[in-house]
Design a protein around this ligand. Sequence first.
Ligand SMILES: Cc1cc2nc3c(=O)[nH]c(=O)nc-3n(C[C@H](O)[C@H](O)[C@H](O)COP(=O)(O)O)c2cc1C
Length: 299
Amino acid sequence: MSKKVLAIYYTQSGQLEEIIDSFISPLIEENISVEKVRIHLANDFPFPWTSDSFFSVMPDCVLGVSAELAPFQLKEKNYDLIIFGYQAWFLSPGIPSNSLLQNEAFKNVLKNTPVVTITGARNMWLNAFARLRNLLSEAGAKLVGNIALTDKQPNLVSIFTVFHWMLHGKKDRYLKFFPRPGVSDKDIINAKNFGTILLPYLHNNQWGKLQDELISAKAVEINEDLMFIEPKAGKMFKLWANFISKRQNKKAWLRVFKYYLLIALFVAAPLVFIIDTLFLKPFFPKHLKSNKQYFLKLK
Ligand SMILES: Cc1cc2nc3c(=O)[nH]c(=O)nc-3n(C[C@H](O)[C@H](O)[C@H](O)COP(=O)(O)O)c2cc1C
């Protein structure tokens, strides 16, 4: 019997769509029909963003506040596999992805269904994935694989390039000097290999070893340095989000947060990195390993 696959995702620039197209291409070559659904919000966010609009979504992202989705139709009531494409926004599931996982009709479709999550992030997707994993589990979905493509440039470089991209809308080289932002074309093309890995699991409906194979193929890699920084940053974001969401003059406080973030990225993060490298990594290898496992596991 032919398999029914749904690929559902949100994307602003189209990058995640390109990644998904590459990932599902081996399925299409085998004549498996993949229903692609790109979701939108009823009041979609602007792209490119302005600086103010970009930071304005921080509290709702971090606090998991959902927004109204534009109506969308699915052809089937259930699927053999759902490919769920999401973004990390402010170390949290992006508002559109979070809103989709709060949608009762979609939650019914997710129930008891194998799901592969896929993202095209800057480089900090761990917290977002951990939260998404919980939401999927609450919806009764069966997470069978996770793919995370990232911008492989150094952290402090991709901060500049991603902002250039988000605020100007073009995935091109900032000042003709910096590298191109986002997931590289090579990595996007390479996502096809992960689709090839997926095929036998989909045919057999046996998913046990899929994630191990995806990890071996580097479909998901943990950057240890960022793994130290992200959970700490996530806690700070939560404090800020709670604080700002209760303020009357949110706009002014969001500007303060913007400057806090710049200091955190350019001063605090490198310091945390040095401390972790000198004092934690060499002495607590078991802790490092279990942390990594936490972000690689599916349950
Ligand atoms: C508001 C906002 C916040 C973001 N925060 C993060 C983040 O915390 N971590 C990260 O790796 N990428 C972050 N990104 C980058 C996105 O994950 C994604 O790579 C980028 O928006 C391109 O996705 P697209 O397919 O929707 O165009 C952020 C993007 C936006 C718009």
